[in-house]
Design a protein around this ligand. Structure first.
Ligand code: DNO
Length: 403
């Protein structure tokens, strides 16, 4: 397993030296200033590579850009509106340029409008650390009483709407303003942030796009892009919905194991792969992560490893991001399944037998609490996650090698 680290570029408050000291050598980054639908010029990709080589300590092996996360799919492509055909052509040109720069793994997602969504970016846990949290009644309050989406109330259970209404009455404006910011905070490092009016305008355009249509639009995108990626020797990997349920009445189509089987079947080529994000999928009680790794492992090109604590007994509800080895996900069983897949690939002579992973998110601990890096991406919290995962990996590898 290749230790990697998400780095948001020169603006990131976590430096390349921090990455080197955390022990990771693979950089996961993107040209965040480029809007979805635009071409990534080769010269800009190379400039970012040069910046990484010049800015990182000279370690052996060297720190280098190994995974693109994300090459975003524009809203127009997802709902087939506006200039979507040009955007698909631009996407393919960006893939040409990424391949020319020697990077092979590309993560993207197919979530409509909102990428990862949380209601609280700094929820305090019992140790005094903070983490990201999704509170379902607060989200319902946002949807029904702040955004006031037409028909929203009828989509939730009555008791939940009552609780949301009560909170809307009892909370102050500061809380509501923070909730809005948190929900629409969007992709970390993204070029643009949405306003409530933007969301309303997008929802209007999405109206004609139901679940079946989104699935079809995704298949159309894959048919254009995957054979091209395959020819270029690239590995595309679709990130799951986070959280893995429909939000704001918009169809989310990458939330469960059957969704990922459908993705793979849409274009059956090795380039058509998966980002197995344990924390995103793990917010649903019915997603069996070690089992998914066993059954879908052949196409898992990238891994996000983190844990969640579900705060309810239902299939889906409120949750928070727990420490990497302490939560509702059986992390040891998941890592064992990953190592088994890597052994299978080695025996088959595959050159992608070592799968890149990153410690996904981390709680803000120690000096993170004053550094205030990107929400979910602190230096020390992630370093701790990476160190714990490294220990788990080497223990399991030792056990496998020695029977
Ligand atoms: C959140 C991330 C996501 C992810 C994209 C990939 O922290 O896991 O924003 O990068 O969904 O396309």
């Amino acid at each position: 397993m290749q230790e990697s680290w998400r780095w948001f570029g020169p603006e990131d408050l976590v430096s390349l030296t921090d990455v080197a000291q955390a022990g990771a050598r693979g950089i996961v980054t993107a040209l965040h200033h480029r809007s979805p639908g635009e071409v990534w010029p080769l010269a800009e990709i190379e400039r970012r590579q040069a910046l990484i080589s010049a800015g990182a300590p000279q370690t052996d092996p060297a720190i280098r850009w190994t995974v693109v996360e994300s090459l975003p799919v524009s809203e127009d492509i997802k709902r087939q509106s506006g200039d979507w055909r040009t955007h698909v052509e631009n996407y393919k040109t960006s893939l040409d340029n990424i391949a020319a720069a020697g990077i092979q793994v590309i993560c993207y997602n197919f979530m409509p409008l909102l990428d990862w969504t949380r209601t609280d970016l700094a929820h305090t846990v019992d140790t005094g650390a903070t983490c990201m949290r999704f509170d379902l009644p607060d989200f319902v309050m946002f949807d029904c009483f702040i955004l006031k989406r037409a028909g929203a109330e009828a989509e939730y259970d009555e008791a939940l709407v009552e609780e949301a209404k009560r909170r809307f009455k009892d909370t102050d404006d500061g809380f509501k303003a923070r909730l809005i910011d948190n929900v629409i905070c969007g992709l970390p490092g993204a070029a643009s942030h949405l306003s409530l009016d933007d969301i309303k305008a997008h929802l209007e355009i999405y109206k004609s796009c139901d679940h079946r249509q989104m699935v079809q639009n995704q298949a159309d995108f894959l048919e254009q892009v995957i054979p091209h990626a395959e020819r270029l020797g690239l590995r595309m990997c679709c990130h799951p919905d986070d959280p893995p349920v429909a939000l704001l009445g918009l169809p989310r189509i990458m939330s469960t194991e059957p969704d990922f089987h459908r993705l793979i079947d849409a274009v059956d080529l090795p380039a058509n792969g998966i980002t197995l994000c344990s924390g995103s999928l793990g917010a649903r009680a019915d997603n069996d992560l070690p089992g998914m790794m066993e059954r879908l492992g052949d196409r898992v090109h990238f891994l996000h490893l983190r844990n969640v604590r579900r705060e309810h007994d239902d299939m889906f509800g409120s949750f928070h991001e727990s420490e990497h080895l302490d939560g509702d996900l059986p992390m040891a069983a998941l890592v064992a399944a990953i190592l088994k897949e890597e052994r299978r690939r080695r025996e088959a002579g595959r050159d992608d037998h070592s799968i890149p992973f990153r410690p996904d998110h981390g709680q803000d601990i120690l000096d993170d609490l004053t550094r205030k890096a990107q929400p979910g991406y602190p230096a020390i919290g992630r370093l701790k996650g990476l160190a714990e995962l490294r220990g788990l990996i080497s223990g399991l590898e030792h056990a496998a090698a020695n029977g």
